[in-house]
Ligand binder design. Sequence first.
Ligand code: NIG
Ligand code: FE
Length: 416
Amino acid sequence: MSNKLLLKNIKSLLSVYEIAPLKLTGTEMAKLPTLDNAWLAVEDGIIVDFGDMENFPGITDWKNLEVIDCSGKIVMPGFADSHSHIVYAGNREQEFVDRINGLSYEEIFARGGGILNSAKKLNETSEDELFEQSKQRLYEVIKLGTTAIEIKSGYGLSLESELKMLRVIKRLKDLNLIPVKSTFLGAHAVPLNFIENKQGYIDLLINELLPIIVDEKLADFIDVFCEQNYFTKEETIKILEAGNKFGLQGKVHAEQLSHSGGIQAAVKCNAISVDHLEFCNEDDMHLLKASNTMPTILPGAAYFLNLPLPPAKKMIEFGLPVAFASDFNPGSCPSGNMMQVMSMACVQYKLTPEMAINATTINSAYAMSLSNEVGTITAGKKANFIITKEISSYNYLPYAFGSNLIESVFISGVKF
Ligand code: NIG
Ligand code: FE
């Protein structure tokens, strides 16, 4: 017997599409198809229909039917967080204080801190303990409205520890809470034992780790931190091409601290997304326009490290799609709050609320190849959505930043 759920009297049902596009580009991002005074029907965890309360469906079979009255409340697709590092051990609050006292992110890394600090902690943590810590973070972000997430490795930086991270990501995936995409980010930093032999580390990633990862189906994507003192554009291309050969599409950390050619590498290798983009220039925008790569802004990291703002609005005006994601990680953004990300998109980057909602749902779902499963209210997609508290309009969501306006989060039609 099937389980049915019917939401009625929804004040506004957001992002409704009979047939959903894969992503929204340029001026399309300003549109948010909305149904006021609406109902939404779910069967066995899948959205089956929606409509106007004037045409409320006649109910003949009340068996296994749950009805929820959403008067005064808004229902929207859950957030798709296409960039996170929620598998990590411990935290880096001491580095936070060091930065307040004047050290830069780069200086902390040069002293063996930063990503290397997290790698040391992760090495000392058992797989089970790492899983427990990471699971807590997954629960936390689901409560905050995230209903699909991408998670990266990259704090292992050795064969054993990268595999440990990827196995933890797989265990999180196997909890079957929300869709989880896994990204192999072995090229996050060069570990200390390879500091004089970077090529040796790249060979280890490509020749030893990749075959195991693909064999054990531990990753969906491959990522590189393309940056001065990390990996060059040429190295990025080499690593992405190796991943492509094994069927892993790229996702690049690019142009965050300097202009390093990460966008060029990403586009050349047909990456699904290119993320950060603080130093993205006009030539890069031309490249992106002729590609299928989703430019992704991580406002939490730019905020936390006091970086210049990436040109998100300019990209939209230029006719590009843009996604926004959290970058939840212990170093540059210890927060996975996507409602806050949406608010930053509006306040700091001047996206309209419609653009910000699209950037954190449909476009960020594209950035992790989940367009067909989540990101809009469309029949056939997973019933992963947010019911807000009673609010005046969806503009109130980014406006009242910091307030918890989420009443409940539904995953596959079940309240989390
Ligand atoms: O996305 N930019 C590189 N990597 C992460 C941060 C890594 C860290 O500091 O732990 C990021 O910001
Ligand atoms: Fe990141």
